[in-house]
Design a protein around this ligand. Structure first.
Ligand code: FAD
Length: 375
């Protein structure tokens, strides 16, 4: 079968692209190896709508997040996706962290984060009496979202415009042909199929580097190889769910590739702690949450929260970040690249789409749409 555009990956990125580009004019197919959407990273995250505070100015992560924050709230309003603009406090607990907090504030301003402001200790005492604070910032536009409903809204929008979906199909080979690409697919009954497409969009999350390699890219030479970095969560018992009212983030530690173990409020009012960061030695999707991490989580949360007891927390889920940045390496941005310069015109790679990918999804989809029009 011939398609104009094939998207590999039914996570939030592949689906947002399908929703953005489906208009009835192109023959589009989205291929996903699981039975339905969002079975990997897109359903194993904090479900926070970020504001764009931390990322280096002018990076794609910063730009797409600042714009994505607005576009995702607009989308949620328009398509009735459950969400809440709950707001987030970033908390410094001593003088040293307070200095870092100022750097974070300046970076946020440089990134164009509009409403971030300093919050006084008296404000915190009133709003968050269980939070220990030396100084703080408040980001009113940070929020929470039901990511399943978001993905469902993308799927519906794409289906309305006749996008095709192949669930339980796995891409196992890619070859360049005169017009575009032949794609080898393993069907659920074990049959091997070959389809063709002019444009191929690689939104394969944790395996996006391997898809690029299948298409003929030297992923070490081009620094596309991914590292798996697991983030664990611990849940706070329901009885303590009134401990905080907003998202509460510590000041991130230097040289740690995460935002620090924070408190996330869910749409139903329950609280969870995390994620931490653990680079995995092996490239496997192991989502276990070791119980022995309880000490680390309790100590981290207790450094800025009072009223939490050791037995108030218990292991919850985990997610794996598809990181371009290896352990101890410096910042790496998203790769969103149309690969004509590698002699692979019409191949669009999305690699290293870790946090804030959920927040950025609509802006990433717009970028990809522009690239398709260029192709
Ligand atoms: C712990 C953690 C916390 C996070 N918190 C936040 C947050 O609060 N806010 C935020 O904005 N972002 C957050 N993120 C980032 C966000 O979750 C990701 O950026 C986003 O989900 C990535 O979506 P995706 O579609 O690229 O990947 P995925 O959801 O992994 O989707 C990729 C899909 O491709 C499919 N696939 C792969 N290979 C093949 C193949 N060969 N054939 C067919 N299908 C294939 C997979 O099955 C998968 O379904 C977090 C991430 C993690 C890990």
């Amino acid at each position: 079968m011939d398609f104009d555009i094939v998207i590999i990956g039914g996570g939030v990125i592949g689906l947002s692209i399908a929703a953005e580009i489906s208009n009835g004019n192109y023959n589009i197919l989205l291929i996903e190896r699981h039975t339905s959407f969002g079975n990997e990273t897109s359903s194993r995250n904090s479900e926070v709508i970020h504001a764009g505070i931390y990322y280096p100015t002018n990076s794609l992560k910063a730009k797409l997040c600042v714009q994505g924050n607005k576009s995702i709230y607009d989308w949620c309003e328009k398509f009735n996706v459950p969400h809440k603009r709950i707001g987030k406090y970033i908390i410094a607990v001593n003088k040293e962290e307070a200095e870092e907090l100022e750097n974070i504030y300046q970076r946020a301003k440089n990134n164009g984060v509009e409403n971030i402001r300093h919050a006084s200790v008296s404000e915190l005492k009133k709003e968050e009496p269980n939070v220990k604070v030396y100084s703080a910032l408040f980001s009113p536009d940070t929020g929470i979202i039901d990511s399943h409903s978001l993905m469902q809204s993308f799927e519906l929008k794409a289906l309305e415009k006749d996008c095709n979906f192949a669930w339980k199909h796995t891409v196992v080979g890619i070859n360049r042909n005169a017009k575009g690409y032949d794609i080898k697919i393993l069907a659920p009954d074990g049959e091997m199929l070959t389809i063709t497409t002019n444009v191929l969009i690689n939104a394969a999350g944790l395996d996006s580097d391997l898809i690029a390699e299948m298409a003929g890219i030297d992923i070490d030479g081009h620094r596309y190889r991914l590292h798996y970095c697991r983030g664990h969560y611990f849940r706070i018992k329901s009885i303590k769910k009134n401990l905080v009212n907003h998202l509460i983030y510590p000041v991130p530690q230097k040289n740690v590739s995460g935002l620090g173990i924070h408190v996330t409020v869910e749409l139903n009012g329950e609280l969870k702690l995390g994620p931490d960061t653990q680079y995995l030695d092996e490239r496997i999707q192991d989502y276990s949450v070791p119980e022995e991490l309880q000490d680390k989580f309790f100590r981290a949360a207790s450094s800025y929260l009072s009223g939490l007891d050791y037995n108030d927390i218990y292991p919850d889920q985990s997610g794996i970040r598809p990181k371009l940045q290896g352990k101890g390496d410096s910042f790496r941005d998203f790769v969103i690249s149309e690969e004509s310069d590698k002699d692979l015109p019409g191949l669009i790679n999305l690699i290293g789409i870790e946090s804030p990918g959920l927040t950025c999804c609509l802006e990433i989809a717009k970028m990809v749409k522009d690239m398709i029009e260029f192709v």
